[in-house]
Design a protein around this ligand. Structure first.
Ligand code: NAP
Length: 374
């Protein structure tokens, strides 16, 4: 039976991946082996009523025994272990959530509803490295898949509103801790409906600025605030997250669709889970709004077109409405009063599902199917 090693299975992406694999009965298809960087020898997850033990994720000897390795452990782990295994002559399939290998020639960025053809061709050429795309990139491409299929997009500007979960489990905890600290600092004032709102506001601000406020992971307050920078500073005015928009989108589209120009600003907000993006799209053809809606709606089976009304938008087009679902909600579609053929759209998707775990789960299944049928 094919042996698949899982590293990083208890992190944010890993936990959602485990949940989805149980839902889809994926574990029946191979023998899973669980690794940890910090809990070696302890119990791993119970799979098909079987107890598992955690192996050492730094043991290249143990990893070498795997036919496939799926890592959601992060870039530092990949940088350390992947080259060592390759040097040892390991020929298994490496599936990864981290960005480290995405833009290397060896790797295919996997988003099979869009680039199944590229995946098949790469597999036939003997490709062994498969990496999930950046969360906002995958979610955006799926949201506008219907327009991409018709090669209708000249450029797209994506202004993101990214949730705390995009930064990992510890950051999610920190956001809630920050919320609690803010709440505690004004408990007395909140209990009194007559209390002065400006005093509440001042106390909240001074709590946020105090040196004891919990900011170990985000470095700055996120609760009651936002952070207009995600990932490294590329020192050319862009963040690395923004750079990924253009390069990763086009690596995914390459071979299947025309290239598109993508740029915008990426912002962290105090949502728990699910990333939102305000898209401005320049179309290269005049279409009416009904045609545009129809195309977006028919992009793929996960797009959920939300009517552009206040009622629908506030109820159905938010992280709270979408989190935990595979749906890619797309709404606020209208012609903008800027120049011809420019439209807006607002899209929300669970970045832990389609933005991270789901493409990895699906490529694992694709590779297992291919291996079993060859
Ligand atoms: P994460 O939640 O920080 O988990 C990574 C590892 O941290 C875990 O596997 C675990 O490893 C360790 N860990 C330490 N304390 C933990 C705790 N309290 N709870 C759970 N795990 C803890 O990272 P992630 O967000 O899943 O991201 C993993 C990789 O996926 C990164 O490269 C990231 O860039 C990429 N990615 C993330 C997202 C996203 O939305 N979060 C989207 C796309 C790609 P041990 O068990 O070995 O200690």
């Amino acid at each position: 039976m094919i042996k698949v090693g899982f590293v990083g299975w208890r992190g944010m992406v890993g936990s959602v991946l485990m949940q989805r694999m149980v839902e889809e009965s994926d574990f029946a298809l191979f023998e899973p082996v669980f690794f940890s960087t910090s809990q070696v020898g302890k119990n791993g997850p119970e799979i098909l009523q079987q107890k598992t033990l955690l192996h050492d994720a730094y043991s290249t000897h143990d990893l070498f025994e795997m036919d496939m390795i799926l890592s959601c452990q992060g870039g530092t782990f990949t940088e350390d272990i992947y080259p060592k295994l390759k040097k040892m002559g390991w020929h298994g399939h490496w599936i990864d959530a981290a960005s480290t290998l995405r833009m290397t020639d060896d790797a295919v960025i996997v988003l099979d509803p869009i680039n199944q053809k590229t995946i098949d061709e790469a597999y036939n050429r003997g490709n062994k490295t498969w990496v999930g795309g950046n969360c906002t990139v995958s979610l955006m491409l799926l949201a506008i898949h219907g327009l991409i299929k018709e090669n209708l997009i000249q450029w797209v500007s994506s202004m993101t509103y990214q949730a705390a979960s995009g930064a990992g489990a510890q950051n999610m905890r920190e956001l809630i801790i920050q919320m609690g600290e803010l709440n505690s600092s004004v408990k007395t004032e909140l209990a009194d409906p007559q209390s002065d709102i400006l005093k509440v506001d001042q106390k909240i601000l001074s709590t946020m600025h105090s040196s004891s406020f919990s900011t170990k992971n985000f470095s700055v307050p996120l609760a009651g605030n936002l952070i207009p920078w995600i990932d490294q500073d590329l020192n050319d005015g862009r963040s690395k997250e923004e750079w990924k928009g253009q390069v990763e989108s086009n690596k995914i589209l390459n071979g299947s669709y025309d290239p598109i120009n993508v740029d915008g600003l990426c912002v962290r907000i105090g949502a728990m889970r699910s990333h939102s993006q305000a898209l401005t799209i320049k179309l290269n053809k005049r279409l009416n709004i009904e045609e545009i809606n129809e195309l977006i709606d028919s992009g793929n089976q996960w797009v959920n077109l939300i009517p552009n009304s206040r009622e629908y938008s506030i109820k159905k087009l938010s992280p709270a409405a979408v989190s935990g679902k595979l749906d890619i909600a797309v709404g606020r579609v209208r012609m903008l009063n800027l120049e011809d053929n420019i439209i807006s759209a607002f899209t929300v998707g669970d970045q832990l599902l389609w933005g991270a775990a789901e493409p990895l789960r699906r490529i694992l299944r694709i590779l297992i199917n291919k291996a079993q049928s060859s």
